[in-house]
Design a protein around this ligand. Structure first.
Ligand code: C2E
Ligand code: CA
Ligand code: CA
Length: 458
């Protein structure tokens, strides 16, 4: 018996993480396997918590690896004490390792709860862990605040039989917690898996589509309310998938942003828009311009001024023929560097628009200082303004404020004649929407609109 315990101890050490002295993934899975057999026999409900620190990479990058290591050690201690106070501990003997707590690798930890009173208990424990971690740590005289995202899987509710499947479900739930804002906990459900599979599938398909040049751009005119003359075109990405058919950018752009594929995709979009506009410019459309959507992730990774200037130079496009659309939410925490980049672009003639205005909670005082030419009022407002007097009033006050600040105003999403009439009444100058034209393929723009455009200008 004595040699058996000793043997187990040695085995544990072989499967222990040297830094934190917690058991590793392999040992943890082996332990859960044994425990789940007991759970099945006794009809216990068990739970698994998958804990992932938020932005740990950033801490490592800013303070160095040994700082990061020290943090992981302290986090392990914190988790150890939660396991103790919550009475979740399981050890072969007081000298051996804690088997219900593991470091899975990197900044990922897991806790196994063998016998649950109720599934809600897991949420309470997860919230307690988040609370304890949020209290902060002191490392090398620096106080550091962190948060964690936690995914929870419940046995047998999630109908999983293997420890690996249980861990995977908790992992999926953890990703869901990350995607929904971090510092949160989520219990796994099968819809999460579907979402996750779709996410991974679309990332792979987007890579293929990029490699095979399968994306296209459509162009939606923005017109003068009174003359209906085209002022500019917004470039909107289109994806005709060989099996799925049309996939909406509202679905794939957020996934491209999550996976950073938006960088490669965004490079292609800017190039393609500039190429197209240069070709229209050379064909005589000298007064119009093209507007390109740029996402917040691109702003973080691309140095805006040189990036945009390189693209227009590549196609010999005058700077005045390009506009950049940035959503209002990006301006809320815009860095001074970003503002500088925008100012430089504007000085060279590139126009800047705030997109989806009214949804991003920017302050009015901020608005007055931004280097921006165009304000695009989100379609939400016009969609509600006819039936809902409150939205009507908000729309009116946004229009008044924007014209006081000398912005050019575009109202997005005009679909009906009543909406068009209301906009006219409010004194808005420019509109975009299906009432005028949907986003159009380039050949359609060339055939129909170029004709109309040249008629008006000759
Ligand atoms: P957004 O920038 O606000 O683009 C306007 C969206 O409204 C487009 O949807 C357009 O087709 C749609 N729209 C235009 N007129 C009407 C109308 O009268 N009624 C309604 N209900 N909708 C109208 P789309 O093309 O599906 O794009 C959705 C979103 O995806 C865009 O919203 C933008 O955030 C993103 N997106 C599209 N293309 C690109 C791109 O090239 N780059 C980036 N970063 N994002 C893009
Ligand atoms: Ca836009
Ligand atoms: Ca918009």
């Amino acid at each position: 018996m004595k040699t058996k315990t000793k043997h187990k101890q040695i085995e544990n050490i072989a499967h222990c993480d040297k830094l934190t002295k917690l058991i590793d993934r392999q040992e943890f899975l082996e332990h859960i396997k044994q425990r789940l057999i007991i759970s099945a026999k006794n009809e216990y409900q068990s739970g698994l918590l998958f804990i992932d620190l938020d932005d740990f990479k950033q801490i490592n990058n800013s303070f160095g690896l040994s700082f990061g290591d020290e943090l992981l050690k302290q986090v392990s201690e914190c988790l150890r004490s939660v396991v103790c106070t919550e009475k979740l501990s399981f050890k072969m003997s007081p000298q051996t390792f804690e088997l219900n707590l593991a470091r899975l690798g990197g900044d990922k930890f897991a806790i196994f709860i063998h016998k649950l009173k109720s599934s809600e208990d897991t949420i309470r424990i997860a919230q307690n862990i988040i609370f304890e971690l949020k209290k902060g740590f002191l490392i090398a005289n620096k106080s550091i605040n962190i948060s964690a995202s936690i995914g929870i899987a419940i046995y047998p509710k999630n109908s999983s039989t293997t420890p690996n499947a249980l861990l995977q479900m908790a992992d999926v739930a953890m990703y869901h917690a990350k995607a929904n804002g971090r510092g949160l906990c989520y219990v796994y459900s099968s819809t999460m898996s579907k979402k996750m599979r779709r996410h991974h599938y679309l990332v792979e398909e987007m890579r293929l589509a990029l490699a095979s040049n399968s994306f296209t751009l459509s162009y939606q005119p923005i017109v003068n309310v009174n003359s209906l003359e085209i002022n500019y075109f917004e470039a909107l990405i289109r994806w005709q998938h060989p099996i799925e058919g049309h996939i909406s950018p509202s679905e794939f752009i957020p996934i491209a942003e999550d996976s950073n594929l938006i960088l490669e995709l965004g490079d292609w979009i800017l190039d393609e828009a500039c190429r197209q506009m240069a070709s229209w410019y050379n064909a005589g459309m000298k007064e119009t311009r093209i507007s390109v959507n740029v996402s917040g992730i691109q702003l973080k990774h691309r140095c805006l001024h040189p990036w945009v200037i390189a693209a227009i130079n590549k196609f010999d496009l005058p700077a005045k023929s390009l506009m950049i659309e940035i959503t209002e939410s990006c301006f809320v925490d815009a860095s001074p560097e970003l503002i500088l980049q925008l100012e430089k672009l504007r000085n060279e003639g590139v126009k800047i628009a705030i997109d989806d205005f009214g949804t991003g909670f920017s302050s009015l005082s901020l608005l007055a200082t931004l280097p921006v030419d165009v304000l695009k009022i989100d379609q939400l407002f016009i969609a509600q303004a006819i039936q809902n007097n409150k939205y009507n009033k908000i729309l009116r006050s946004i229009v008044n404020m924007a014209s006081q600040l000398d912005f050019k105003i575009v109202v997005e999403g005009i679909e009906q004649v009543e909406q068009y009439e209301l906009i006219k009444l409010l004194g808005v100058s420019y509109i975009q929407g299906y009432f005028i034209d949907p986003p159009l393929q380039s050949h359609y723009v060339e055939k129909k609109l170029l004709q109309r455009y040249t008629e008006l200008h000759t």
